[in-house]
Ligand binder design. Structure first.
Ligand code: 0A1
Ligand code: ZN
Length: 861
């Protein structure tokens, strides 16, 4: 039951349709920080200008600030400060408004505004943190030129950084010093940043294509300096790639990145001064996996690319968030594809989309890529806005082709440079620059839910084959009725006998149903559809097991080939779960063929031979049965392991060996090797635990070591205790590696995970205050389908306790743990009741943040 009395003070819903331009513009600001961890004083001088004809006062957002004074044109003024708004009466069309406020960075546990992380003072302003630093119209359509002066104790904070270019520095009294920075590009306040700390830099430089030299710095604490080379390489590669592929050149003389340990998200694109969660900067072979290395390159690129897609052109309002995020994710995906294996990158991106976005789109928190309303904007940094948003851009790219897509982006960047724009502006630029009509396509921005496409290919008479397509878009909150979407589907037909490709085309399917007629081919055609995952939809076909096996061995589109194997495995698992005698033979043959194909890259093979995740299998059931999914999947893994034991041994030794090298080939070999190890474990091979221990002991890199550890931790092998203890002893001083130690235990497939996780929550190294550590244990546990959904309901109670505890410190981190509980409709009545009661307990707790309130209350409807 929802009890309005427990809701946080008047949670107001903000609606897209209510957008109005700001009453006041602020062309200039001068900020003067007197920095200290206990107390920071901020003097802010705003040049304000009335926007349009009205007589409304200046209303500034101001959250948790101690107001010391306010003046207008140098004279004290009668202001009011209520409900996070500072209201200043202003008669003239323009004025100079000065505010002086105090903050306490050390006690700021929300990590929004100015806070302390490991002795460093740093800021986080997106989406609405600037109001926790100084009173300001905190909205992205107010663009301002910033001049920043910082004064701080030199011993504690020798390095003082802000946006733009450094313009001066010097000594003050009593061991203090100062620095000034000037950012010539008008920006929204969410892109403001400040860092003060005892930092050292990995310095390098980049010469832009027009010959300007840019000084690059990656700032970290001294012991971490040796772990910054990979990020620097990625940064320079990103700068070059954006010039080559999008014609975008960097625009300041300085580009700095700072890594901090306490950070709510991955990283932040502040103009000229990106602030990163240290997990997306620090890497060396001993402490970071290949996945970490890839993540770092992807996030460094993402934040850098925001300089154009986000900073030079920003969002008019937060409903347009996907304008910058969807486009920038697409750009970072393209970059990573170009730097390594495009096929494997596409597989990884689709796996992510299906793991995070499809369930979101099918649940109570579903929302369009351009949402219509929110209570707390931080809750809308979602897989839908980011990953589905990127798929929308990708579909436009597919329909236009690379060249016309580039003409569209050129027009977009030209036309809107220096503006706060909308998703509609982007689509219009694509239409005009690319020469395409996207009228129907706009539905993708406004309609939530994952379309389901049904495809059936049948003979019609002697001469023809007909492909029948139909679609429906399921209802979602607030959108009971849906219109059909325009869906670009890459398809191909292969001859069942000849194996040759008979036809290949891009179909734009934009009605409820559609037929495509093919003239006879002289043999039965097999359908390959949604190749490259050309549209973010679920496709159901009438293809037989034999058809899928055929495509798994022969499709020339690597994604479609992977997909065929996955579908084969999924169908096998679902029929086993439904109670039929499981026939593992076709899957085993497909895996055998994949392993034996010398033309395939080991990285691709490693992806293709893995069965779909438990969660993905559950998503295909009317009611998820976590035990049945676990049992069927483990049985399949063990059957594949046993039937192909010789092949796994061969793959294991063929891919062992060489010294660590971070290269596409090296990554592929390591991945396949650990996949082989896991199959040997699943086969119950007597020597498998010893192989794992040897891999653990001999590893010269974290990928192999963590792979071996995870395999052991999911087994009954007694060696697992020693391996976990050794790992802890070796890495207890390295928080990012210790996170992995928590995560492997939370993700184990053993039956005693819940006990282990509860115990780990009392481990001295566990803390609620560090978001990485929280996610490494609690986030990982909630993703362990079998353990989290323990029939006792203990998993739900544990998560609810954690959400409530962390909400007091950090509402954003707490709110992001809610969605697994919100999936209660997908489970049996006993589980659903327990999940709901956990949600009800949360919402009934006094003092809840609006972040958690919004997620929980929407999950209960
Ligand atoms: N714009 C960042 C995401 C981000 C959002 C909010 C943050 O603080 C709470 C931090 C980062 C990105 O897309 O990388
Ligand atoms: Zn982003």
């Amino acid at each position: 039951m929802l009890d309005a009395q427990n809701a946080p003070a008047a949670p107001i819903t903000i609606r897209r349709e209510d957008y109005r331009p700001p009453d006041w513009q602020v062309p200039e600001i001068a900020l003067d920080f007197d920095l200290g961890a206990e107390r920071t004083r901020v003097r802010s001088t705003l040049e304000v200008r009335r926007n349009g004809v009205h007589d409304r006062p200046l209303v500034l957002d101001a959250e948790a600030l101690i107001i010391v004074g306010v003046t207008v044109d140098g004279s004290p003024v009668d202001y009011s400060y209520e409900g996070d708004l500072l209201t200043v009466p202003l008669a003239a069309a323009s004025a100079t408004v000065e505010t002086v406020v105090d903050l306490a960075p050390r006690t700021n546990t929300q990590l929004m505004g100015l806070y302390e992380s490991g002795g460093i003072l740093c800021s986080q302003c997106e989406a609405q943190g600037f109001r926790r630093i100084t009173p300001f119209p905190d909205r992205p359509d107010v663009l301002t030129r910033y001049r920043v002066r910082m004064t701080a104790d030199r011993a504690d904070y020798p390095i003082l950084l802000s946006n733009g270019d450094p313009v001066g520095s010097g000594e003050s009294e009593d061991g203090r010093h100062w620095a000034e920075w000037n950012d010539p590009f008008p920006k929204p306040c969410y892109l403001f940043a400040l860092v003060a700390g005892d930092l050292v830099a990995n310095r390098d430089s980049f010469v832009t294509r027009s010959g300007r030299k840019v000084d690059l710095g990656i700032w970290v604490r001294e012991p971490d300096l040796a772990k910054t080379d990979h990020a620097m390489t990625a940064l320079k590669a990103s700068m070059k790639w954006d010039e080559d592929v999008y014609g975008r050149e960097y625009d300041l003389a300085v580009f700095n990145i700072v890594a901090v340990s306490d950070f709510n998200f991955g990283a932040m694109e502040n103009k000229g001064l990106n602030v990163f969660n240290s997990r997306y900067i620090l890497a060396d072979a001993d402490t970071a996996t290949d996945t970490d290395f890839d993540g770092i390159a992807g996030v460094v690129a993402h934040e850098y690319f925001h300089n154009w897609s986000g900073n030079r052109i920003t969002c008019r309002d937060w409903f347009q968030l996907s304008l910058k995020e969807g486009f920038t994710v697409f750009r970072d995906q393209q970059f990573s594809a170009d730097m390594g294996s495009a096929a494997v990158k596409r597989i990884e991106d689709v796996r992510m989309l299906r793991a995070a976005q499809f369930p979101e789109d099918a649940g109570p928190l579903a929302h369009p890529v351009r949402p219509e309303s929110y209570i707390e904007i931080s809750n809308f940094y979602t897989a839908t806005v980011y990953s589905k948003g990127a798929e929308l851009i990708r579909m436009m790219h597919t329909m236009l082709g690379a060249e016309r897509f580039r003409a569209g982006t050129d027009l977009y960047f030209d036309r809107h440079d220096g503006e706060a724009a909308t998703c509609e502006d982007f689509v219009r630029a694509m239409e005009e620059g690319g020469g395409i009509d996207l009228s129907g396509f706009r539905l993708w921005y406004s309609q939530a839910g994952t379309p389901r496409v049904r495809a059936a290919l049948a003979r019609s008479g002697e001469e023809r084959f007909i492909l029948q397509l139909s679609q429906d878009v399921p209802p979602s909150p607030g959108q009971p009725e849906k219109q059909p979407m325009p869906i670009p589907l890459k398809i191909a037909l292969f001859g069942e006998k000849s194996g040759t490709k008979l036809d290949e085309r891009l179909v734009l399917f934009d009605g409820p149903a559609h037929e495509i007629v093919f003239d006879a081919f002289g043999e039965r055609p097999i359908l390959s559809i949604n190749r490259d995952f050309s549209a973010p939809v679920v496709v159901e076909t009438d293809r037989t097991i034999a058809d899928l096996a055929f495509l798994s061995a022969r499709d020339d589109n690597p994604f479609a080939r992977y997909e065929a194997t996955q579908q084969l495995m999924l169908d096998t698992l679902l029929s086993a779960i439904a109670g039929s005698e499981a026939d593992h033979a076709p899957v085993i043959e497909a895996v055998r063929e994949t392993l034996a194909d010398p033309a395939l890259d080991p990285a691709f093979v490693a992806e293709a031979v893995l069965p779909p995740s438990e969660a993905f299998v559950g998503d295909h059931m009317a009611i998820v049965d976590p035990e049945a999914v676990r049992a069927a999947r483990e049985e399949l893994r063990s059957a594949i392991g046993r039937a192909l034991e010789a092949q796994w041994r061969a793959a294991y030794s063929a891919n062992s060996a060489n010294r660590f090298e971070y290269s596409p080939a090296g990554k592929g070999q390591r991945r396949l090797r650990t996949v082989a190890l896991n199959y040997l474990m699943a086969a119950g091979a007597a020597d498998a635990p010893a192989l794992a221990m040897r891999q653990y002991g001999e590893a010269d890199n974290m990928t192999d070591r963590q792979g071996a550890l995870a395999a052991l931790v999911s087994s009954d092998a007694p060696e697992r205790h020693g391996a976990l203890a050794a790992f802890y002893d070796r890495y207890r001083g390295d928080p990012l590696v210790l996170d992995k130690w928590f995560t492997v235990q939370a993700l184990s497939t053993r039956d005693d995970v819940l006990d282990a996780v509860e115990a780990l929550a009392s481990h001295p190294d566990f803390t609620l205050s560090n978001p990485n550590r929280m996610r490494s244990l609690v986030g990982a546990f909630a993703a362990n389908q079998r353990a989290f959904h323990d029939p006792s309901g203990r998993g739900y109670a544990f998560l609810a306790d954690m959400i409530l505890a962390v909400d007091r410190l950090n509402p954003q981190t707490a709110a992001r743990l809610v969605p697994p509980l919100g999936r209660w409709r997908r489970f049996d009545p006993a589980r659903a009741a327990r999940m709901k009661s956990a949600l009800e307990r949360i919402v009934a707790s006094p003092g809840l943040s609006k972040d958690v309130f919004e997620q929980v209350s929407k999950s209960l409807i």
